[in-house]
Design a protein around this ligand. Structure first.
Ligand code: FEO
Length: 389
């Protein structure tokens, strides 16, 4: 796509990646993604904000064909999906300085071999004037790495936020047109890369919100011309409030754990608790991450494989532990053949989750009446804990 005008002398460029299905060899991308860059032309100088993933460098360079001079390449974030084309851009524009936080400088040198002398560091709140366009740099660590910052274009009241507020969503739309679709894509993005740092992100939202904002322009997904949509969503996600919801992630091999899961779901719903159910053998782990943003409780269901949990449960439990959702309670259900160390092993996988463990229910073989009674007691405990929230 060609450059798209947002404001006078402010344009979006970059590339849509329609068919990318995995990020960091980890994160599912059902809707692809985009790598947005922005060009801002002042009366004296021109700045390029972020670049693109290295695989899309050619597209960016075609978009820059008619731009004779770039004075600044602002690197909000050293991860390669935004910084990957900086070496090619700076080769084309030998006068350009790379503008970054002090922490980003070393990362840009390490990851992209950008010569130190090409990098100009900026402090929190520092400004650069392009002539009628003033770039104010706001340090916002941990959105997504520790070196990240955003830029506020003072005259046009636009926040260029890079990963912050972004969504993995490839679209021809410059602005958000379908809020429901973008909400889910942005929540997936938040869950997978920012949720662990939500206390810092709360402070970053406050810093950003202290400005008068007309637009938020991230480097993934469409631009928010109604900033309150994404700001309100983020404030909800980073709050410490949990919802009356259970995430039930499980695997079943021969049907016994499945019977327990089906019983548990039905009993929870009867007691007014919403349940998100994920069969880990087939689920999109991004959907699981989204559900973990709000839920008060996680229940892990597993058959026993050689005394321990199913390997898919190891993976999902480790992922949940890494994402550090604001869960308050956890429990474990499942079925074993002759012996089990699953409870101890799963508990050992989730030390980052500050949860109270509610009585696990493991049965030998098929669940029987006494096992369903134990599940009822677990459900009563969950419902009671949720009512008290
Ligand atoms: Fe879009 Fe953290 O990179």
């Amino acid at each position: 796509m060609k450059m798209q005008k947002m404001k006078n002398n402010v344009c979006r460029l970059g590339a849509q990646n329609w068919n990318r299905r995995l990020f960091d060899s980890l994160i599912p991308l059902p809707d692809g993604t985009s790598y947005n860059a922005y060009v801002i032309m002042g009366t004296e100088k021109t700045a390029l904000l972020d670049t693109v993933d290295p695989t899309k460098t050619e597209i960016l360079m075609q978009q820059l064909e008619d731009i004779d001079r770039i004075d600044y390449v602002v690197s909000h974030h050293a991860e390669q999906d935004h910084s990957g084309a900086i070496p090619v851009v700076t080769e084309k524009y030998p006068e350009a300085k790379v503008v970054a936080t002090p922490k980003a400088k070393g990362m840009l040198v390490d990851h992209l071999c950008i010569p130190e002398e090409r990098i100009q560091t900026v402090e929190d709140g520092e400004t650069i004037s392009l002539g009628g366009k003033t770039l104010e740099f706001i340090h916002t660590p941990w959105v997504h790495w520790p070196e990240t910052m955003v830029t506020y274009l003072q005259e046009n009241k636009v926040i260029f936020s890079c990963d912050f507020f972004g969504s993995h969503y490839a679209t021809t739309d410059l602005y958000v047109t379908n809020e429901a679709v973008v909400y889910e894509a942005a929540k997936r993005y938040y869950a997978e890369i920012m949720m662990p740092f939500r206390s810092v992100i709360r402070k970053n939202i406050e810093k950003v919100e202290a400005r008068d904002i007309s637009m938020i322009a991230p480097s993934h997904g469409p631009v928010y011309d109604k900033p309150s949509f994404i700001l309100d969503a983020y404030k909800d996600w980073v709050s410490e409030d949990v919802k009356n919801e259970v995430v039930l992630s499980y695997v079943s091999m021969h049907g016994s754990t499945q019977k327990m899961v089906d019983y548990l779901v039905s009993a929870l719903v009867e007691r007014g608790v919403k349940v998100h159910v994920f069969d880990l053998a087939v689920t999109d782990l991004g959907k699981l991450a989204i559900a973990l943003v709000d839920a008060a409780t996680i229940v892990i269901g597993t058959p026993i494989v050689h005394m321990g949990p199913h390997p898919a449960v190891f993976y999902a439990a480790h992922l949940a532990n890494t994402l550090r959702p604001k869960l308050r309670y956890a429990s474990i259900i499942g079925s074993y053949g002759w012996n089990s160390k699953a409870i101890e092993q799963i508990q050992g996988l989730i030390p980052n989750l500050k949860v109270e463990i509610l009585s696990p229910v493991l049965c030998r073989g098929c669940p029987r009446e006494s096992d369903f009674s134990a599940l009822d007691r677990l459900v009563d405990a969950i419902a009671q804990k949720h009512r008290a929230l």
